[in-house]
Write a protein that binds this ligand. Structure first.
Ligand code: NDP
Length: 425
């Protein structure tokens, strides 16, 4: 049992072991199966083991590079330095169990802008031949290992230190593997660096559009042009990151920050999984350009527009409703009062389904994959994986809300009947 009376999640220790081994495996597998040689390479299909051994496998030493890991460490600690140096507003987090609220210095957006300005200035001066773009392309595999090592180091540190700091815990089942995976401490901090919120939005999220741009440069350098599909993927995903960092305070009310501990699951997700698997579409297009044409462009733009409209409006409505209920945008929203003191919206986007924001996010996932065309199912990995993540996340959130709101939640689900897709699910 976890604290708060919640049962084991993610299938308990066995599930934790499976995800711990499985997610790095998938990250590497996506690289080995979808690369310049094909996606998948036909030779890999006809003679998987032989081809893998002779052509694909770089040897154990090829998986790791101390230089790449050192560069990644410099980037990571550089972002930590920016957190301290750059100005940023101080915001209070949600109320903790002991009634206190943590302070967060938010300047992720400023850090993002500075990193982008540097990369933009260097590309302006040196063009697509700037060393970083080729370095990323050539060392993608070693970058996976570097970020994985960081995630392991950070989760071991957070798990171990939580026994000595006396900090609030999110999970404490006593099972070492499970607690390390799910995250024992709720808000681990070193000095006043909040590790969880830092990792959530900075090293991985900022690296993701940089990787995408390296793939755009590679496409230009090898094919002599940048395809419309590559442009779209870069713009859409850049926009997603821009939006997340621009709305940085909103992260403080998400489940990751308010409820989940910081362990391997989040550390790996934030540092390795998000940037290095979410860039798959751009990495594919770098060596397999797709030309969409005006009709294709219009279709993909329409899907993206619809998804973003739902996603942004739903998330902003909740954020305004919870942080500033007098905001004119939410003043007419209908809600029910609960015994816990919190109000639950029952009209507007949150009256359509209980997680309409997930539907918007998932529609956007399609817009990110469709530009890769229909030559391979592998580039649609994100759509499939994200559906599983959101379905599972919705169940977890539902369980949390049921435990928190009791009868009031039952009343709420009688008014707002659908979980994610109105009329269907
Ligand atoms: P939500 O933003 O959906 O927040 C859920 C919480 O909102 C509930 O626990 C409850 O918290 C509160 N709530 C629920 N119903 C209502 C209501 N009717 N009125 C007011 N408050 C309500 O959760 P997430 O953190 O899961 O998602 C945030 C966004 O991040 C989503 O758009 C999601 O798609 C996205 N996301 C993206 C991921 C990615 O990898 N790209 C991964 C995960 C999420 P309370 O206890 O305060 O009432």
């Amino acid at each position: 049992m976890a604290i708060d009376g919640l049962e084991y999640e993610f299938g308990g220790p066995i599930g934790a072991l499976g995800v711990t081994l499985g997610t790095p495996f998938v990250t590497y597998a996506l690289y080995f199966t979808c690369n310049e040689g094909g996606c998948p390479n036909p030779a890999l299909l006809s003679d998987p083991i032989g081809h893998f051994k002779t052509e694909v496998w770089p040897g154990w030493s090829g998986l790791f590079s101390s230089k790449v890991t050192a560069y990644y460490a410099a980037y990571w600690f550089g972002l930590v330095a920016l957190q301290y140096i750059l100005p940023g507003k101080t915001v209070l987090g949600t109320v903790l169990k002991d009634g206190t609220r943590l302070k967060y210095k938010l300047n992720g957006f400023e850090s993002f802008m500075l990193v982008l300005s540097y990369c933009g200035a260097m590309t302006y001066m040196e063009g697509f031949d700037w060393w970083l773009w080729a370095f990323i392309w050539d060392n993608f595999l070693q970058l996976i290992t570097g970020t994985l090592l960081f995630a392991i180091a950070m989760s071991v540190y957070c798990y171990t230190s939580s026994f000595f700091t006396g900090e609030p815990l999110a999970t404490n089942t006593g099972n070492i593997l499970y607690d390390w995976f799910i995250g024992r401490p709720l808000n681990p901090r070193i000095h006043n660096l909040d590790l969880k919120s830092f990792c959530e939005l900075r090293p991985g999220m900022i690296m993701w559009p940089i990787l995408n741009f390296a793939f755009l440069a590679h496409q230009y350098n090898t094919h002599g042009y940048v395809s419309d599909s590559m442009l779209l993927v870069n713009v859409f995903q850049f926009w997603y990151v821009f939006d997340a960092l621009y709305n940085e305070p909103a992260v403080l009310t998400t489940m990751d920050i308010t409820t989940d501990g910081f362990g391997f699951m989040l550390a790996f997700g934030d540092l390795c999984w998000v940037p290095l698997t979410y860039c798959l579409q751009a990495r594919y297009l770098a060596s397999h350009p797709v030309d969409l044409g005006y009709l294709g462009l219009a279709g993909v733009l329409a899907v993206q527009g619809a998804g973003y409209y739902i996603f942004r409006n739903a998330n902003s409505t909740k954020n305004s409703f919870r942080t500033n209920p007098k905001d004119p945008k939410v003043k007419d929203i209908k809600y029910i009062e609960t015994k816990s003191g919190s109000k639950l919206m029952v009209s507007g986007w949150w009256g359509v389904s209980r997680h309409i924001n997930y539907l918007g996010d998932w529609i956007m996932a399609w817009a990110w994959c469709l530009p890769t065309g229909f030559g391979t199912p592998i580039t649609y990995f994100y759509v499939a994986y994200f559906a599983v993540l959101l379905l599972h996340r919705e169940r977890r959130d539902e369980a949390k809300c049921k435990a928190k709101y009791g009868e009031d939640w039952k009343r709420y689900t009688e008014i707002v009947k659908y979980r994610i897709i109105p009329g269907i699910y």
